[in-house]
Design a protein around this ligand. Structure first.
Ligand code: NAP
Length: 296
């Protein structure tokens, strides 16, 4: 079997088009979703992520409040800015680009964001709401994975989903989303990590296999069941002299071999990656609707 490729760029474009229409409707009611963006320091990768996020906002009509602060910004100054954004009715989502310079306490800054303006969906209040099945702002990357599955017509209900990776950013929230008693949940979930004995024994049982590891080539074809759906969250740089940048991006899955066994598979790049920013936009629009007392 040769797998159908899940085109993350296309799914992301579909969702952004839906959001653009929704924003146009909201604007007729005087509601303009706003994202407050904070970048501290001048790390080139962070700068380019933030620029990409601001451009994505502009393309669909989200107002973005861009705050680029010097690397020497103090903890108090940063928290004061977050608090001003919490109180600013034009801002519905707040994004603090990570990592922060070493002298700043990241978790304290993230906790200062009001949970209803937590565009990344990483605030413990939102994680708690998600785990208990309440309506919550969902973390962007795992929500992006869920949307890729749903919009590709994958049957999640009753499937055995095996997630390799248990980070707070991806593995743990995704496991919780997939076990929810909900139309996009009801999977049986196994979560694997570095202390899992005989990883392949678990991955071979997966109807849906999700790799969120950060180690190129960890998932080989012999670890995958025939016809499985394979989602590769991993992104690593490997040296490649044939590329202008001197490197290329690869996932955790041995794509060329695994695509011959899977029924559906995401590429890297162009799979999960484009979904992450899209779900950030989604969260900003959802928060704007909630702030206006609308269904979100
Ligand atoms: P992380 O915090 O480093 O977590 C990696 C997880 O993989 C850990 O739970 C670790 O187990 C597990 N692991 C590592 N090696 C393993 C092995 N050989 N066998 C089994 N489990 C193993 O990373 P993360 O933040 O979750 O990110 C994972 C990958 O996704 C990275 O490549 C990251 O760049 C990528 N990512 C992509 C996006 C996107 O938008 N496309 C977003 C977020 C992350 P232990 O817990 O036991 O250490």
């Amino acid at each position: 079997m040769t797998a159908r490729i899940i085109d993350g760029k296309q799914v992301a474009a579909e969702i952004r088009a839906e959001l653009k229409e929704e924003i146009a409707r909201l604007k007729t009611r005087g509601i303009v979703p706003g994202l407050g963006v904070i970048l501290v320091g001048d790390d080139p990768a962070s700068r380019s992520y933030v620029t990409g996020k601001e451009r994505a906002c502009e393309e669909i009509g989200i107002y973005s409040d861009d705050n680029r602060l010097p690397a020497k910004t103090s903890q108090d100054e940063l928290i004061a800015l977050v608090k001003r954004m919490n109180a600013n009715p034009r801002i519905h989502g707040i994004l603090v680009q990570l990592p922060l310079p070493r002298h700043l306490n990241e978790s304290e800054v993230l906790l200062a964001i009001h949970p209803d303006k937590d565009a990344d969906g990483l605030h413990p209040v939102n994680i708690g709401r998600m785990v208990t099945g309440e309506k919550a702002i969902l973390s962007c990357t795992p929500h992006g994975v869920l949307q890729l599955l749903v919009r590709s017509g994958v049957a999640i209900d009753g499937a055995h989903a095996v997630i390799v990776g248990r980070s707070n950013l991806v593995g743990k929230p995704l496991a919780n989303m997939l076990i929810q008693k909900s139309p996009t949940g009801n999977a049986t979930v196994t979560v694997c990590h570095t202390r899992t004995k005989n990883l392949a024994q678990y991955t071979r049982q997966a109807d849906i296999l999700i790799a969120a590891i950060g180690r190129p080539g960890t998932i080989t074809a012999d670890m995958v069941k025939d016809g499985a759906v394979v989602i590769d969250v991993g992104v690593s740089r490997v040296d490649d002299a044939t590329k202008k940048a001197g490197y290329r991006l690869v996932g955790d899955v041995d794509f060329d071999a695994v695509k011959e066994k899977a029924s559906l598979i995401t590429p890297v790049p162009g799979g999960v990656g484009p979904m992450t920013i899209t779900m950030l936009l989604y969260n900003t629009v959802a928060s704007a609707k909630r702030a206006a007392g609308l269904d979100w």
